[in-house]
Design a protein around this ligand. Sequence first.
Ligand code: PEP
Ligand code: MG
Length: 890
Amino acid sequence: MAKWVYSFGGGRAEGSAAMRELLGGKGANLAEMANLGLPVPPGFTVTTEVCTHFYANDRTYPAELKGEVEVALGAIADHTGKVFGDRSEPLLVSVRSGARASMPGMMDTVLNLGLNDDTVDAIAGLADERFAWDTYRRFIQMYGSVVLGIEHHEFESILELEREKRGETEDTGLDAEAWKEIVAQYKALVEETIDKPFPQAPSDQLWGAIGAVFGSWMNPRAESYRKLHDIPASWGTAVNVQAMVFGNMGETSATGVAFTRNPATGDKGLYGEFLVNAQGEDVVAGIRTPQEITESARQMSGTKLPSLETVMPDAFAELGQTAERLEAHYRDMQDLEFTVERGTFWILQTRAGKRTANAALKVAVDMAGEGLITREEAVGRVEPEALNQLLHPTLDPAAERTLIAHGLPASPGAATGEIVFSAEAAEKLKADGRELILVRNETSPEDINGMVAALGVLTARGGMTSHAAVVARGMGKPCVCGAGALKIDYKAGTMTVGGKSWKAGDVITIDGAAGQIFEGRVPTLRPELTGDFGTLMGWADTVRRLKVRANAETPNDARAAREFGAEGIGLCRTEHMFFEGERIIGVREMILAHDAAGRRAALEKLLPMQRKDFIELFKIMHGLPVTIRLLDPPLHEFLPKSDAEIADVAKSMKVDPALLRDRVIALTESNPMLGHRGCRLLITYPEIAEMQTRAILEAAAEAAKATGEPVTPEIMVPLVGMRSELDHVRATIERTAADLAANGTAVEYTVGTMIELPRAALRAQEIAEGADFFSFGTNDLTQTTFGISRDDAHGFIGPYLGLGLIEKDPFVTLDPDGVGVLVRVAANEGRKARPGLKLGICGEHGGDPASIRFCDAIGLDYVSCSPFRVPIARLAAAQAALHSAQNQTA
Ligand code: PEP
Ligand code: MG
């Protein structure tokens, strides 16, 4: 018989942590904790397979499910002595979603289920009357909005009116009578809205809630979260039904969240927040100000609110032991939820804690040091893309600044942008290329897309575990939250602090590491690359097989590349050197010359400048390999465009504007992706290749003399589609080199080609016979394979991703079934023709972790990417190597 339900509780469980796919993350961990003998309230998990069945069968359940749920409810009764609907010991449960991957706040939850007009009295007898009726109204409100689809605010306005009537400003001022009255009005609201009374039978309530949780898997919020995090819809969610424990049963009860290490810094030790006399949702909602767990954290924060350590020393000790046990068991930093019910400690959830990149680094390095994990595991623990957070600038300490207000340092990094007060506005303005800071009282799951669009997030309310803080850390965005001094007026579009106002569109800077908000733009500094960062990168370097180079042409970029650990330059685009200052004049003279002699004369002026550039580049790289690409773009890119520009240039060059315009028209390419450019230009104007070859080889000789390190330049020919093109340009290079050698400058060099046209990839075998190396130009290769440029593709990629027509943006990640096939075939065929052919990639994909894994798998020698992505590529290459080693042993 198919098993759809797994029970846990009383020191044992049918499931385990290994069953994450079936039980979801939450269910698998509840089972694991029960097996460890930790105090988990008993319950059961309805599997993700039921979710799949539900959607495949017109939202119906497998026939056996009902019976299995009844058996599982019976098991809860055995552990707790409580039964659904019982008039003296009624069972109340929570019903929560739990997918394989964590999706905080995206799906529905129902608490206190099992309350009705009878059981409320029993709860009143067990606890007290006020508590019982408050809990009942919370249940009707939650069930009413989540399951019955009644607007949350309709319940809220009943509550507000009742408070007003009784002259109370806070819920805490309402007594049992008030809650009874509110419950009556809530029930009337339900009956009016759905034409049926509020369901009284706990089993009806339960099935309603289970259906709502499965239904919420496909809600728009959950769908957009899945899209953002690459979570397939086919995974489905599990449903966890668990006996309620109450953190709101008075002053000896509490609820809280704790990390086993600080999620912002990685420092070892319990870190978290709690509230006395509250239910779990109250902590994350950010409405009351939470208290610190430890006394030391309380002292650091300077708050007067007492710590858990002080007010509940026994629960604190149990939390500490549980945390240690779970971290050692899972061998990773954990994020726990706990409740203390009248002095009894319960653990409700554990999962790997989300952390900032800084914390991820520190935790990984520390845990390897503690012997909890190996160095290889440490390398696998940090998301390469997360390093981006560390490679981002921080505020320049010397820079002048005007502080607006303080908040909590919720997610590190500095961001400057225009104030925007709503998620929708943020999305719209982002589309116009604006840089934004989303400013809200607090954020909720509805704000996700606005948070994606903004560079940073600022909230007036909420703690370190508020929605804004958790989600921003996950996204690697700077966030300051709980800046209580801010008065935000959404209607007026203003943010006011102590009488001074800022409006939407005003520029502010936030420092998420310090929790500060500043007026205007504050200058920033480059990041530090030592400490834990250096240690982990060192470990990554011992593991990886792929070499990592950088795409760089300016001395600044080359220096940054070396600082970030690049092992050479994989692409120097020489055309960038042609645009600078005086040089463009020489380039234009060359283009306008009537014959080869005229062009040579112009190129003669460019030679010393180009040589100087290369000398500097070679010196900075100090013997590391440098690939220099000969001129690539079509010539019209160097000429003026508008009539006014043409007139200007003609005047300064002392030529007839009409002649210049004719030349511009003659040279303009109708297909700038192909046409008269790259190797074809080098064939028709061989003097360009001659000048560049001379500049490269003479510079190599000079740099080698200066540094004492021999330089072997790699000369690269762009846009080759046929073997004969490469041969032709190679002959020009060799002729020039031979001339130089004859005149006393003999330099070793290699000649290779870009593989950036589909034809080149398909003819790789014969092209390899004439090439010392291949470098995959996946920018052009993607464009030419798709027949569309990156900019033109912009319009369809987003919607296509949304419709699931494509899985990844092919301009970001090499698609192993499309452009990736061309790369793999060319690599294989090339090596067949020329064993040991050096293979690299220099398109943007060379800095994308998923593409790097692909490059490692097909045996490329190196990847080359922008200097700032070099550390990301080093770590991704190490993880790729670990992954393939694992696959080989598996
Ligand atoms: C490429 O086409 O991938 C490449 C690196 O060249 P460019 O981006 O200069 O066209
Ligand atoms: Mg190209």
